[in-house]
Design a protein around this ligand. Structure first.
Ligand SMILES: [Zn+2]
Length: 82
């Protein structure tokens, strides 16, 4: 699990919410801050990882989708920073 501190609350733990599909060579995990409940996506690529902000709306969308629909959604979401 990510050991990088959350950008929102230093020192707060994160809860792993959902495993997301691999897209653009990234491995994504949807997480939530245990202190302020904000959602973050941890993006891994080649042993390096970082937190990416995700809106409440997008986090809810990710949790409602699965399979090919989830992959398509994450792919389009990830183009905003990859
Ligand atoms: Zn927080």
């Amino acid at each position: 699990m990510p050991s990088t501190p959350l950008p929102c609350c230093a020192g707060a733990a994160s809860t792993h919410v959902q495993e997301l599909p691999h897209v653009h060579q990234f491995d994504f995990d949807l997480c939530q801050c245990t202190r302020c409940a904000r959602y973050w996506v941890f993006a891994w690529r080649e042993e390096q990882g970082g937190w990416e902000p995700v809106t409440l709306e997008d986090a809810a969308r990710m949790q409602s989708l699965n399979g090919a629909e989830l992959t398509a959604f994450v792919k389009s979401w990830a183009t905003s920073f990859s």
